[in-house]
Design a protein around this ligand. Structure first.
Ligand SMILES: Cc1cc2nc3c(=O)[nH]c(=O)nc-3n(C[C@H](O)[C@H](O)[C@H](O)COP(=O)(O)O)c2cc1C
Length: 174
């Protein structure tokens, strides 16, 4: 069973990347076959619904996502949604998302954007029949100290998400 974590933040001092890396570390304790994709390290075109699908990196990424049974998306909340890079990724790789188990890790500036992942989750459910893990991690600025996740509650939630990610993906990919 192959799992994948995608960091969608492009910031050089990204808290989203810190969160995603901590999740990777936790996940790897029980599951070794995990790909880590950092979108900030890959040159991808903006989706034009046309020529973009011929791009070499789009093809490589589509293949990589297709081969995973479960994907965790780590994204900052921008304007009450995941960021544009996350949406562009789905537009570029489309059917690679079909039937995947999906989890979410989010960072945000405040507590009020808590429900912001839902439109994105809905589109994955309706367009690609994804199974959304009904538990996500939402971390605000005060959960971090430097390059570390410092909040014990957030670490607990990362551990819970890792557990259900493996359990549900295993059960549904039989
Ligand atoms: C363009 C932009 C829009 C944002 N919109 C929201 C928002 O709607 N709700 C919120 O809680 N935080 C918002 N934030 C704050 C970010 O979610 C927060 O700073 C996050 O940690 C950034 O992720 P990063 O550390 O990976 O760059 C926004 C930040 C930016 C730059």
């Amino acid at each position: 069973m192959k799992l994948c974590i995608i960091n969608c933040s492009f910031s050089s001092t990204s808290r989203t990347r810190v969160l995603a890396m901590r999740f990777l570390k936790i996940l790897k304790k029980t599951h070794k076959n995990v790909d880590f994709v950092d979108l900030s390290k890959i040159q991808l075109p903006i989706c034009d619904g046309n020529k973009c699908y011929e791009n070499k990196n789009v093809k490589i990424l589509t293949k990589k996502l297709s081969s995973a049974q479960g994907i965790v998306i780590a994204s900052p909340i921008y304007n009450y949604d995941l960021n544009a890079a996350a949406k562009n990724l789905v537009e570029l790789t489309g059917s690679a998302w079909k039937d995947k188990i999906i989890g979410f890790l989010c960072t945000a500036g405040g507590s009020k954007s808590y429900m912001s992942v839902m439109p994105f989750a809905n589109s994955l459910m309706l367009d690609y029949r994804c199974h959304i893990l009904p538990r996500f991690v939402y971390a605000e600025e005060n959960a971090f100290r430097g390059n570390e996740v410092a909040d014990e509650k957030i670490i607990e939630r990362l551990e819970e998400l890792a557990k259900s990610f493996v359990r549900v993906t295993k059960a549904l990919s039989k």
